[in-house]
Write a protein that binds this ligand. Structure first.
Ligand SMILES: Nc1ncnc2c1ncn2[C@@H]1O[C@H](COP(=O)(O)OP(=O)(O)OP(=O)(O)O)[C@@H](O)[C@H]1O
Ligand SMILES: [Mg+2]
Length: 293
């Protein structure tokens, strides 16, 4: 086991800097990270996504907005191939991930570039924080090593670097279940970094957090977006949060894109036109207190 020490801190810092350069060099200006074309998906005949087309450039941070049931989670899950749409195409960095209901064989590699953060964190509670982060690397190692969770020292150091970046290095050897919600969500973000994800999809990442933890998680996502050019697509219920953290937003209603543009233009009038009375819920719901002080 690697001990936490000043020495380790220096190694971790060096790894972080190499990692940042690696990610930055991967980034190509104005290369689409995600291209969605005419995507349609229904559950038992009821449409969840209707001819959704959307391009997200590398390094963008985009919010998905919409009332409950508008299709935000379904859209995010089709972007990493967790869900198949009947019609339409999803491309990741110009390579097709799914097209007209078919998932491509290269998708394992493609999917490793896409990290996913869930509202309920989805950590393995009985494992340590460090092991949860190392899990992010599983798709890139042999099945023997992954079965027995055999990780090299270099891999552990990278995982510790990821934990350092999200601000919870000192928690590395605790069981994940013992961490607060905000800390657990930061472990989930560290797992995405370990995975080498270039794109992070976050489905209501702050909906289960107290206001202060929510703010810290959003600021971490913004920082990673800005310093590493990580592409972030996040669904958020709270329009205040969207206005504060995301320059671009996409508003869905009944699986149809109703707005795609600068968040500054998604004012209360616009929301009322799209959602009618339901707009009030989007504006008032949750965490508004962060911005009132
Ligand atoms: N696994 C499923 N089986 C059946 N219907 C589903 C399933 N997943 C989603 N749906 C339906 O698809 C539509 C879109 O749901 P989705 O979960 O994508 O909405 P959402 O915008 O994420 O809502 P919320 O804000 O409540 O999370 C809804 O009508 C929902 O009932
Ligand atoms: Mg949802």
């Amino acid at each position: 086991m690697i001990e936490y020490s000043g020495n380790l801190q220096r190694v971790v810092t060096a790894v972080v800097s190499v990692e940042q350069k690696r990610q930055a060099s991967h980034r190509l200006a104005h290369q689409p990270a995600v291209t969605i074309t005419h995507l349609s998906k229904a559950f038992k005949g009821i449409p969840a996504l209707q001819k959704v087309s959307l391009t997200v450039q590398t390094g963008e941070m985009v919010a998905l907005v919409g009332a409950s049931g508008s299709g935000k989670s379904t859209l995010l899950r089709t972007i990493n191939g967790l869900q198949l749409a009947e019609k339409g195409e999803v491309k990741i960095f110009d390579t097709s991930l799914q097209n007209n209901g078919q998932l491509y064989s290269k998708s394992r590699h493609l999917r490793s570039q896409v990290g996913f953060i869930f509202q309920q964190f989805n950590l393995v509670n009985r494992l340590s924080v460090l092991e949860n982060v190392l899990i992010g690397h599983l798709s890139q190692i042999s099945s023997f090593r992954s079965t027995f969770r055999l990780f090299t020292k270099a891999e552990k150091t990278r995982a510790l670097a990821a934990l350092d970046r999200v601000g919870i290095l000192t928690q590395a050897y605790k069981r994940a279940a013992l961490l607060s919600g905000g800390q657990q969500q930061r472990v989930a973000i560290a797992r995405c970094l370990m995975q080498g994800a270039q794109i992070v999809l976050a489905d209501e990442p702050i909906a289960s957090l107290d206001p202060e933890s929510a703010r810290r998680v959003m600021e971490l996502l913004v920082d990673l977006n800005q310093e590493r050019g990580l592409t972030v697509i996040t669904s958020l219920h709270q329009v205040q949060m969207v206005r504060f953290y995301c320059d671009r937003s996409v508003a869905l209603r009944e699986g149809v894109v109703q707005f795609d543009g600068r968040t500054a233009e998604l004012d209360d009038n616009r929301l009322s036109r799209i959602y009618g009375a339901a707009a009030e819920e989007l504006v008032q719901r949750g965490h508004a207190e962060i911005f009132s002080s």
